[in-house]
Design a protein around this ligand. Structure first.
Ligand code: B12
Length: 458
């Protein structure tokens, strides 16, 4: 089958000005469908800088038999335009959706654009089965893991999503499906100091998370916690070094589990490679960070979230401010850069807790970016918003997520009020905290002689 896969234009582009981020889920799906014998082409609006008219024209002129779109936080408004366009220009061709936002609110997202099928949660098995069934003209109602539009326009779920057990057995992504050289040359990620990590590719080694923070969708997105072995990770990375000459690697896992063992495997397979990853503060010990640094780690990022323990508790974060402070001290001592994320306006937030967060940033010299709580479908925050009547119209909320962000979009007022503080008070605190949190970055970039990073949260 001739399948067009679309990575829509990001509305949050201003937040991520200094780097390109590959649509990893779409890349994996594309790789697997191509291996299954389909003719696959990814239309990557970000790397190829396609605006909507250019995308529509490119897709139509390729004449696909089916179109798949990856649906993230900011895709809703795009779908409301793309669906009707497809009905008109590619009549009879199925529109298939997948991705985090689609998985969190399948009915709302499917209705927004008249899509024919959605893949709920991970798509390794269900997407493959879905396209086989489509090709053979079989009914989709027997393919589990989907939401399907029936003749009468009703939406039906087809049963639990099948789970890919052994991640080591997944195919290596075929980066040639994307403009891979643009990704490698896309400049250093804003998260990296310019001096340290350049020419990199991304990898994900884990699906799922054992914690259940109120603001995070991951536990509801992927079943259980599945991890790749350090040996298979190192072998894949070595393949990229050999083939593309990359110098660095960016681990995109929400939490990189077993970072010490991964570092050991990388030290052996690719001794010159440098890397960055996300971890939890309570995973950081001097011996582990030393081992990570010896294996090439140059920066970690951590969800600090707040400088107040009550706010952390109510978010079910299961870390304390003391863990965050210790994490920063250890990383500084071991010469591994550390930066993190804060959320301003979580349930329980007060001006006193905001003052505590500002103090935490000032006293530790933490590099942070500041965000407001996003009620993502599938999270406790979202459920709470529904229970408390704060989200009267789900489609309106998701549309709001797709509004183009201003420069420094971290300082957009929150779409839902979770703490009772007025918007201008929250924005005022967020601005002050973000300013202090940028100091470390500015010093770092000045030392590196880097270009102006004015818009960039890091
Ligand atoms: C890397 C990453 C990023 C990168 C790149 C994002 C991107 N669009 O590719 C960056 C740093 C830019 C980013 C930014 C943001 N992110 Co982010 N990100 C991730 C992360 C850590 C990994 C994504 C990934 O590759 N997963 C692994 C792959 C295999 O899974 P997948 O993408 O879901 O794909 C599978 C299925 O969904 C399905 N599938 C996906 N697409 C399609 C398409 C078709 C046609 C089919 C059939 C199937 C299918 O099959 C795939 C294989 O199983 C996830 C958390 C996570 N673990 O997934 C958060 C996550 C996706 N991000 C999240 C959020 C909130 C954001 C931001 C809003 C943060 C912010 N405040 O700015 C922005 C939004 C930017 C944007 N436009 O997406 C939320 C998503 C919520 C949502 N409902 O969309 C997540 C789930 C994190 C969380 N803790 O809740 N993010």
């Amino acid at each position: 089958m001739r399948i067009a896969l679309v990575n829509p234009p990001w509305m949050y582009k201003r937040l991520y000005t200094h780097s390109l981020y590959p649509p990893y889920g779409l890349l994996m799906i594309g790789t697997m469908l191509a291996e299954d014998g389909h003719d696959v082409r990814i239309f990557d609006c970000n790397a190829d800088e396609l605006d909507e008219p250019a995308l529509f024209e490119a897709v139509a002129s390729w004449r696909p038999e089916a179109v798949g779109v990856t649906v993230f936080t900011d895709t809703f408004a795009f779908l409301e335009r793309f669906g009707p366009w497809m009905r008109k220009e590619l009549p009879g061709r199925p529109l298939i959706l997948g991705g985090a936002l689609m998985s969190g609110a399948p009915e709302v997202v499917m209705r927004s654009c008249g899509a024919d099928v959605g893949v709920i949660g991970e798509g390794f098995i269900s997407a493959t089965n879905l396209f086989r069934a489509l090709e053979q003209g079989e009914s989709l109602s027997t393919v589990p893991g989907l939401i399907v539009r029936a003749e009468n326009d009703e939406l039906h779920r087809t049963g639990p999503t099948p789970v890919w057990d052994k991640l080591d057995d997944l195919p290596i992504p075929d980066w040639e499906l994307l403009p891979v050289r643009k990704y490698i040359a896309g400049g250093p990620s804003p998260y990296f100091s310019k001096r340290r990590l350049q020419h990199y590719l991304s990898i994900i080694t884990t699906l799922g998370c054992p914690w259940s923070c109120s603001f995070c969708q991951v536990p509801s997105l992927f079943e259980g916690v599945r991890r790749r072995s350090p040996a298979s990770v190192a072998a894949e990375v070595k393949g990229y070094v050999d083939r593309y000459g990359i110098e660095s690697m960016y681990f995109r896992d929400d939490i990189l589990f077993r970072p010490g063992r991964i570092a050991d495997a990388l030290a052996e397979a690719v001794p010159d490679l440098q890397w960055s990853a996300l971890l939890r503060a309570d995973m950081i010990t001097p011996s582990r960070v030393r081992r990570m640094r010896a294996g090439g780690c140059r920066e970690i990022r951590v969800g600090f979230e707040s400088g107040d323990d009550l706010v952390l508790d109510r978010a079910n974060k299961k870390t304390a401010v003391a863990d965050n402070v210790r994490c920063i001290e250890v990383c500084h001592a071991e010469n591994v850069a550390v930066s993190g994320f804060l959320i301003v306006g979580l349930p329980g937030e007060t001006e006193a807790s905001l003052a505590a967060t500002l103090r935490f940033v000032e006293e530790t010299g933490a590099r942070v970016s500041v965000h407001f709580p996003l009620p993502l479908p599938g999270t406790e925050l979202f459920r709470q918003g529904l229970r408390d009547g704060l989200i009267p119209d789900q489609a309106a909320l998701l549309r709001r997520f797709s509004e183009p962000q201003l420069p420094g979009a971290v300082l957009q007022p929150p779409p839902v009020d979770y703490c009772g503080l007025p918007d201008d008070v929250l924005v005022g605190w967020a601005t002050r905290i973000a300013e202090v949190g940028r100091r470390g970055v500015d010093a770092d970039e000045a030392a590196a002689g880097a270009a102006d990073h004015a818009d960039c949260p890091f």
